[in-house]
Write a protein that binds this ligand. Structure first.
Ligand code: GLN
Length: 542
């Protein structure tokens, strides 16, 4: 029997609803329960794949190739449970499904309406494919009171009513702000937020209250009284120094106990939190520090590179060092002399990206890393830039570029028009639709046995997640390899270059996939562990 926990947020956005959901998932898991986490987003895009990362942060890609909200990345990192396409739903997806059904004639004779047709589709999305998990944690995007989230709230109200207390729980996250002039924490925003929920027929049973300082018993009592919840179910969420301390602090405040209490499940035994204690101890007591430059394009909104920043932190955990990130907008390297900034760093990473702006600066950064023997990791677009750099400066192909930026003389990176997925052939043409049409999700890769990368992975065949429309053009392999860039990883059919390395350089790797999506704090990804280890060596040299 799957129990449903619905997680809503109020007062303001950015209170950490995704981390709350992920941490609660981790706590229930630590008590031996199987969990699934899913997110409902109220925007009209069918998925976030076509949105700029500056709008909504990183696009997280699942094993089965869905482009989803970055909160799914938190869910995976905290629980280790791989998310699926069915774990991410948007208003746009719900509407497009309902409208397609209407056109097919599925509702023949009926007037198609928000209630019941849209709400029924939302309910199906919530309850489908739970895999017999003990708990499904369902996060509702947006803030209570938004016009956009109303159909979602109505759907979970109906579900709560139908499933009953023993199978449904509403958790609401709010803010308890400190007002300096009054010298007090204020509970009124929380009261108003719960009223908003009550207006749509939802009485939350657990309130999680974000605050920058401890919430005194008096205020907790007040919140419980005015919001009609048990006092023990008012859970303070005080700011902590690392997100990986969040499961520990929610446990200390009694969150998992309250959830189990609601469902009348035994809660006396303590969960095994040693995994989290270990991670936090390593993060709080590093034995050294390295600085890694991330040379990208969306550096003004760090959420754009959420999984990347986390994977680098995991690489730090693996090496017991603090990883400091120097976010650099690659355009700065288009100014002469600016490249010297990279002399202070111990590793250089060029992440994924789209479009021509800033590419020259990325290529300069690759060149610096190659020539100055600084550890380098190029991810997706970053690998493509590394190949263009090698083509231009090692192989002497001056006109080398990517057709992503328009027609070019030497297209060392070109549009990916055909590839296989299992037994299926996927085909794309220039000028086709842009939504959901990239090469997405997990694909296998074979590694050359005597390469540095084979040693890093400790395996010959691996699987990694992809999200790209362009690829390194295999026709240039002979010239590039002759110039020193080794194609160390290929798709099993030998057609798509997946990884390159530069023999003779201390650590120079480009990968066409996104390894950051599979890194976990308790299982750091081998590429990030190895890249940070190489940066530690570099730090000893400089
Ligand atoms: N823009 C490049 C492509 O589509 C790289 C994409 C990426 O870095 N995710 O192939």
């Amino acid at each position: 029997m799957t129990r449903f926990v619905f997680i809503t947020g109020g007062v303001v956005s950015s209170l950490g609803k995704g981390i709350l959901s992920a941490a609660l998932g981790a706590l229930l898991q630590a008590r031996g329960y199987r969990v699934r986490l899913r997110k409902l987003d109220p925007y009209l895009n069918v998925d976030p794949g076509t949105m700029s990362p500056q709008q909504h942060g990183e696009v997280f890609v699942t094993e089965d190739g869905a482009e989803t909200d970055l909160d799914l990345g938190h869910y995976e990192r905290f629980t280790g449970v791989d998310a699926r396409r069915s774990d991410s739903t948007t208003t746009g997806r719900i509407y497009s499904e309902v409208i397609a059904r209407e056109r097919r004639g599925d509702y023949l004779g009926a007037t198609v309406q928000v209630i019941p047709h849209i709400t029924d589709a939302i309910r199906d999305a919530i309850t489908q494919d739970t895999d017999g998990a003990d708990f499904a944690l369902v996060e509702i995007g947006g803030t209570v009171g938004d016009i956009e989230s109303l159909p979602f709230l109505e759907a979970i109200r109906q579900l709560g009513n139908e499933l009953g207390e023993e199978r449904a729980l509403f958790v609401h996250l709010t803010l308890v702000p400190y007002i300096p002039s009054a010298g007090e924490l204020k509970t009124k925003p929380t009261q108003h937020s719960v009223k908003e929920l009550l207006n749509v027929g939802i009485q939350p049973q657990v309130l999680v209250c974000r605050s920058d300082r401890p919430i005194p018993p008096n205020e907790r009592r007040k919140i419980a009284l005015f919001c009609n919840v048990r006092e023990a179910a008012v859970i303070p969420a005080i700011d902590v120094d690392t997100i990986y301390a969040v499961p520990l602090s929610y446990h200390a405040e009694g969150l998992d106990r309250e959830v189990l209490h609601h469902f009348r499940l035994p809660c006396e035994a303590l969960p095994d939190l040693s995994r989290w204690q270990d991670i936090v101890a390593k993060l709080r007591n590093p034995e050294g520090a390295v600085t890694i430059a991330v040379v990208g394009k969306y550096t003004n909104l760090l959420d754009s590179y959420k999984s990347l920043a986390e994977a680098l932190a995991h690489g730090g955990i693996a090496n017991r060092v603090k990883v400091r990130l120097d976010w650099v907008d690659s355009e700065v390297f288009e100014t002469p002399g600016a490249i010297h900034r990279l002399e202070a760093v111990h590793g250089i990473l060029v992440p994924g990206g789209f479009g021509e702006r800033g590419t020259q600066g990325k290529i300069e950064a690759v060149r610096f890393a190659r020539e100055r023997r600084v550890p380098f990791l190029g991810i997706c677009f970053g690998m493509q830039m590394a190949v263009i750099e090698a083509a231009r400066n090692l192989a002497g192909m001056e006109g080398a570029s990517s057709t992503e930026f328009g027609p070019c003389e030497v297209p060392v990176v070109g549009l990916l028009t055909e590839w296989t997925r299992g037994n299926l052939v996927e085909r794309r043409a220039a000028g086709g639709e842009l939504g959901g049409t990239m090469r997405l999700g997990a694909y296998p890769c074979e590694i050359a046995p005597d390469s540095m990368l084979a040693g890093i992975y400790g395996a010959r065949r691996i699987s990694e997640r992809h999200r790209h429309r362009y690829e390194v053009n295999i026709n240039f392999r002979p010239q590039l390899e002759a110039a020193g860039l080794r194609f160390a990883g290929m798709s099993p059919d030998g057609v798509l270059p997946e990884m390159v390395e530069l023999p003779g350089h201390p650590w120079f790797v480009g990968v066409q996939f996104h390894p950051e999506l599979k890194s976990r704090p308790f299982a750091p990804h081998p590429l990030f562990a190895s890249f940070v280890a190489a940066s530690v060596k570099q730090a000893r040299l400089v």
